[in-house]
Write a protein that binds this ligand. Structure first.
Ligand code: GDP
Ligand code: IMO
Ligand code: MG
Length: 458
């Protein structure tokens, strides 16, 4: 059986922690989409690991696979593996030959396009890792795959076709001079070829390249258990999210099949766990109907309406939840839980169970609100509309729950579900009933042991 972990909201729901929680019973943990735009946290005995490309099972010494649906930057992959080795882990990471490679020009182009879009307030607020440009080239059939790095002639041929095009985009479309860029070598065929050919050698020497579908199928045939680790979240899925404020891959469960080479039947026969943050956080731009307060530069319309009347609650949740970007320290946007969003996510991925995290963060509030439905143009809606423009006009209809007090959360985690404050249980049961999906785990703190485990899927 497989267990697939999917972000139900806007990313950063605590997926890494749940992979770690259930990962003791898994043999292999595979990522199926995204790249080093992800930041997955695992806290083991007070030691915090932030994983970006290396699957979160590495903390427990599990084999990690980057499936064909991932985009892999070998520079950051090797750096990350090295940094984890220095901290005493020994990551065993395999990379699909079919996975696409994030090339230096992709990162540069990601930055340039965001800059240009920002002139008309249309920037997505990407992580700048070159994710979008790499998936663009994949769809445009001009990408470089891991398999190509292993074959210098093919690599050279691909680069000779694509690099001059990228240079022309910079110069002729954006009117910039490549020589003035921070990384002009990103557009130099010879320089890119030399560096990436070496990565290919290194990958081969370390036995990292695999055919991900066959590798995972063989593991299953041998009786091993495979976990699939989604990155990002449903509302930033390129198909099911609020386009264009999305990432360029499919974090929803369908992506676990296409992004690994395991069949949809295999994924669907297993468990698909939706990871839910007990409220919402969002990095970057785009609508967020339940937003509390607002963040300058990210919240649409902030310049006109400012932080808004709920700034105090926003600040409380942001501080308690540590909702600040790990790299930039920028405050994240926060809002109340949004049921239309979760109904949409549950339908798209077919969750068999839910892990609801950050229940401790909400403690201390007098009341906790949830958007039960939306109003849009005089109609009540239970799910999110298809266009971002419509979503931006949705007015939440809130349900209000009595708050719960702070508690000794490790004791609660030890004692189990019934030890949760009654009001927190009422909140969780509402979510579970509305989504017709059982609660498998409740996060009451960042550590591995700070989780109330209701069900173990493995
Ligand atoms: P991911 O991208 O979905 O893996 O989530 P991140 O690691 O980016 O963000 C989740 C953050 O919340 C991390 O700092 C976690 O350690 C922390 N976290 C996860 N679950 C809980 C929880 O239940 N309570 C609290 N207080 N923090 C949590
Ligand atoms: P994890 O796996 C939260 C957001 C970016 C931006 C949009 C597109 O840790 O949950 P991209 O660089 O992917 O082209 O950016 O998606 N984003 C995330 N937000 N968590 C993530 O990953 C994210 N990965 C990308 O902020 O709005
Ligand atoms: Mg994250």
């Amino acid at each position: 059986m497989t267990v697939t972990i999917v972000g139900a909201q806007l990313g950063d729901e605590g997926k890494g922690g749940v992979v770690d929680l259930y990962g003791d019973a898994a043999d292999v943990v595979a990522r199926y989409q995204g790249g080093d735009n992800a930041g997955h946290t695992v806290v083991e005995d007070g030691t915090e690991y932030k994983l970006s490309l290396v699957p979160s099972g590495a903390v427990r010494g599990k084999v990690g696979v980057l499936g064909n649906g991932c985009v892999v930057n070998p520079r950051t992959l090797f750096e990350e593996i090295e940094a984890l080795r220095e901290r005493g882990l020994d990551p065993d990471v395999r990379v699909a030959r079919r996975a696409h490679v994030i090339m230096p020009y992709h990162r540069v182009l990601d930055g340039i396009e965001e800059e240009v879009k920002s002139e008309s307030d249309q920037e997505v607020g990407t992580t700048g890792r070159g994710i979008g440009p790499t998936y663009e080239d994949k769809a445009g059939r001009r990408g470089v795959r891991i398999g190509d790095l292993l074959d210098p002639d093919t690599l050279r041929e691909r680069l000779e076709y694509v690099v001059p095009q990228k240079r022309a985009v910079v110069e002729d479309v954006y009117g910039l001079d490549v020589a003035d860029l921070e990384d002009p070598e990103a557009f130099d065929v010879d320089a890119v070829f030399e560096e990436y050919r070496e990565y290919g050698q290194r990958l081969a020497e370390q036995g990292m390249p695999v055919e991900s579908g066959a590798f995972l199928a063989d593991a299953r045939d041998d009786g091993q258990t495979v976990m699939l680790e989604g990155a990002q979240g449903t509302l930033i899925d390129i198909d099911h999210g609020n386009y264009p404020y999305v990432t360029s891959s499919n974090p929803t469960a369908g992506g676990a099949a296409t992004g690994t080479g395991l069949s949809p039947g295999v994924i669907g026969d297993g468990e698909v766990i939706g990871i839910v943050k007990g409220y919402l956080s969002r990095v970057g731009s785009g609508p967020m109907p339940t937003e509390l307060g607002g963040v300058e530069g990210d919240t649409p319309g902030y310049d006109e309406q400012g932080a808004g009347e709920n700034e105090e609650t926003a600040t409380y949740i942001r501080e308690e939840g540590g909702e600040y970007g790990t790299v930039t320290g920028r405050p994240r946007r926060v809002g109340w839980l949004d049921m239309p969003m979760l109904r949409h996510a549950t339908r798209a991925s077919g969750f068999t169970g839910l892990a609801v995290n950050h229940v401790d963060v909400l403690a201390g509030l007098d009341e906790v609100r949830v958007a039960h439905t939306y109003d849009l143009d005089g109609e009540t809606r239970e799910s999110v509309p298809a266009t971002t423009e419509e979503w931006g006009r949705c007015e939440p209809n809130y349900r209000t729950f009595d708050g719960w007090a702070d508690a000794d959360w490790s004791a609660v985690a030890d004692e189990g579900y019934e030890a949760l404050p009654a009001n927190a249980r009422a909140y969780l049961e509402y979510v579970s009933d509305e989504l017709d999906t059982p609660i498998y785990a409740v996060g009451v703190g960042p550590g591995r042991d700070d989780t109330v485990v209701v069900e173990r899927p493995l």
